[in-house]
Design a protein around this ligand. Structure first.
Ligand SMILES: [Mg+2]
Length: 395
């Protein structure tokens, strides 16, 4: 049933740089999977990040070339929409494709193409996820409509002027502000500048990107009493140190780089190393793997943020938006700033965020509801193609 696959690498220059304690980004670096089912075409995306999962773009392309579309197609029951989506979910792509970003790219392409084939919006795949054994989504958590998104302030941006530059209405409607930090003393200053400007009902979190030592974190914790949580304070997966920090300070901790799958989540929960996790589609291996991780975290009593990778070019943010607007289990949702990083749209319809109400709206289907623009395709190269009779070919 899969008639053609093309792999692309999208390297699009950003109009503004985004930086944090671990990296600085000036261009997109996404792998795209273009997957044809007869006359419909689906697009998937992964964002390999060596400082998050240890993945590289070249490694993700190689992982995708080791994947056999014909073998995947044979394991999918194409007879109806529900059967197709359930069998794609049952593939457990992160177990078949090496690296979460490559798995995410294949999965989103398959789901997008299947939804377009059956003329359904991607949001309807959540009905399959909601019915998983042991992870039933309570009815009250299903929702549809715009989702509130947080404001993320990069490391190089001044907190005071960023918030002062907002209109009073935009500042008042903020539900959550996430501040990238590095040096612990500067972090306290950045926090207090934000607190001075925000209402008590606006949550604030700090994202350290693994930049603090356990000693620094313990020393500074008493000054962080009004943070909602601190994201990835220590080196990734330093479980005993994270647990000790939790025990000695009570600091709420969100895991990001430390938690990419159910095994990480189990370890974190057993060690009592965290209170929250950051779920991001590419980091976690796709829509279904992210949904499973979030549902399991909720069962374990951990809160979830639905996060993004900086410079997602299309299918990733569109698929993420399905979870953002379809499920109400997120404590916070991030949208990214695709409209500012890429002023010339990469998709049709273009990426948009309501920056007065700080909300994103659901996309109409079929599939993800977006198409790549000529501008995006101009910034891609195609390292490999696949067809049933010839298999993979480098291009
Ligand atoms: Mg983070």
């Amino acid at each position: 049933m899969i008639s053609r696959v093309r792999l692309h690498v999208a390297t699009v220059p950003m109009a503004t740089t985004f930086d944090h304690a671990g990296a600085s980004r000036r261009r997109s670096e996404s792998v795209l999977v273009e997957l044809h089912l007869g006359d419909v075409c689906g697009w998937g995306e992964g964002a390999p990040r060596d400082y998050v999962t240890g993945e590289t773009t070249a490694g993700a392309i190689e992982a995708l070339r080791r994947c056999d579309p014909a073998a995947l197609a044979e394991r999918i029951d194409w007879r109806s929409f529900d059967a197709t989506i359930a069998s794609i979910a049952a593939l457990d792509l992160p177990s078949l494709v090496a690296g979460p970003s490559a798995a995410a790219a294949v999965e989103i392409a398959l789901l997008d193409a299947a939804c377009r084939h059956f003329e359904r919006p991607l949001a309807e795949v959540l009905d399959v996820a909601a019915a998983w054994d042991g992870a039933n989504l309570p009815a009250g958590l299903r929702r549809s409509g715009p989702a509130a998104v947080s404001l993320v302030i990069p490391l190089s941006r001044d907190v005071a002027s960023t918030l002062d530059d907002l209109t009073p209405q935009a500042r008042a409607s903020l539900r959550h502000v996430k501040i990238k930090v590095a040096d612990p003393c500067a972090a306290v200053q950045r926090l207090s500048r934000a607190r001075d400007r925000l209402g008590a009902d606006t949550g604030i979190s700090l994202d350290v990107n693994g930049g603090w030592s356990p000693e620094q974190a313990e020393r500074i914790a008493p000054e962080l009493t009004d943070v909602a949580w601190v994201e990835e304070p220590l080196r990734a997966r330093s479980w005993p140190k994270l647990a000790r920090l939790r025990r000695r300070t009570g600091l709420p901790i969100m895991l990001d780089e430390s938690c990419t799958d159910l095994a990480d989540l189990r370890t974190a929960a057993e060690a009592d190393a965290a209170t929250h996790i950051n779920v991001r589609l590419s980091k976690c291996g796709g829509l279904f793997a992210s949904a499973r991780l979030a549902l399991r975290a909720r069962q374990l009593g951990l809160g979830c943020q639905l996060g993004v990778h900086v410079a997602e070019v299309g299918p990733l943010w569109a698929a993420s938006r399905v979870l953002a607007t379809g499920w109400g289990l997120w404590q916070t949702v991030e949208a990214g700033r695709g409209d500012e990083w890429f002023p010339e749209p990469l998709t049709e319809p273009a990426f948009t965020v309501d920056r007065t109400a700080h909300r994103v709206a659901a996309l109409a289907g079929p599939g993800t509801g977006i198409e790549p623009t000529e501008n995006l395709l101009r910034h891609t190269r195609c390292p490999a193609t696949w067809q049933p009779d010839s298999g993979w070919r480098r291009t």
